[in-house]
Write a protein that binds this ligand. Structure first.
Ligand code: ZN
Length: 256
């Protein structure tokens, strides 16, 4: 099932079930949050008439660095023995088709297409084999990065935490096996990343379990699982698309 969040013209933001495909796709509005069960309000709206918002409202986005060997290599880094984990603040989250302003702090803004895990239940210290029970579903992320700032500072917080640094969407797919999904990124229609989630060094269960040993995860929290090889620079005006097989395509426009 696909769960989106949208705003109808003149209306308040609402979660919704997406049914149908292409021009026939319809949003069925939900009462409240989707994590404790789906209660439809009866309101419907053609998908084409709605503005989609980020499909989650996370208290935090926890992200893994260098979780694909080929990507670690392309930036001249070793594969980490201990996972590299960083936070992207809630203020970095934007939705599908967002316009993200090229930050003044950088002259080397990079895209990073990633599979995003959405947590569905409050949890702490979850064993890897129990992770499936706390996951609500999966969406697509672009871990936008000011590469020069990231490299020049000891922590990655500013380099990966600026406003707009975390496009998410277009919706959360709740029924999908994340272990071997094609993951592709393109810039202005040109293919740049062509990977598979099967190449993750630590899989979804290992990532979520690792983070949860340290901190409580809340419904709607997001875990980013790293990016495959093929990252690169963006320019003002660029149109980035990240597609994860079985979920959908997340588009972002860089402005400024
Ligand atoms: Zn990343």
């Amino acid at each position: 099932m696909r769960i989106a969040r949208y705003q109808a013209p003149g209306g308040a933001p609402s979660y919704a079930v997406v049914e149908g495909d292409g021009e026939d796709a319809v949003l069925h509005a939900l009462e409240g949050l989707p994590y404790d069960g789906l209660r439809r309000t009866g309101e419907q709206l053609p998908l084409g008439q709605a503005r989609l918002l980020a499909p989650v409202e996370p208290s935090k986005v926890v992200a893994f660095g260098r979780n694909y060997a080929e990507h670690a290599k392309e930036l001249g880094n070793e594969v980490p023995e201990v996972p590299i984990v960083f936070l992207k603040p809630s203020t970095s989250v934007v939705g599908p088709d967002a316009e993200v302003e090229y930050p003044a702090l950088t002259s080397d803004l990079h895209y990073e297409g990633e599979l995003a895990v959405v947590i569905g239940r409050r949890c702490k210290a979850v064993a890897a084999e129990e992770v499936a029970g706390v996951v609500f579903g999966y969406t697509v992320a672009n871990d936008l990065t000011m590469r020069d700032v990231q490299k020049s500072e000891g922590q990655w917080t500013r380099g990966k935490g600026f406003d707009g640094a975390c496009p998410l969407g277009p919706w959360v797919e709740t029924e999908i096996d994340p272990s071997s999904l094609a993951l592709r990124s393109s810039v202005n229609g040109e293919l740049r990343q062509d990977g598979t989630t099967a190449d993750m060094l630590r899989d979804v269960a290992a990532c979520v379990s690792w983070v949860s040993q340290a901190m409580t995860l809340l419904p709607g929290d997001v875990v980013l699982t790293g990016t495959p090889a093929g990252v690169g620079s963006l320019q003002r005006g660029d149109h980035v698309e990240v597609t994860v097989e079985g979920i959908g395509t997340l588009a972002t426009r860089i402005t400024g």
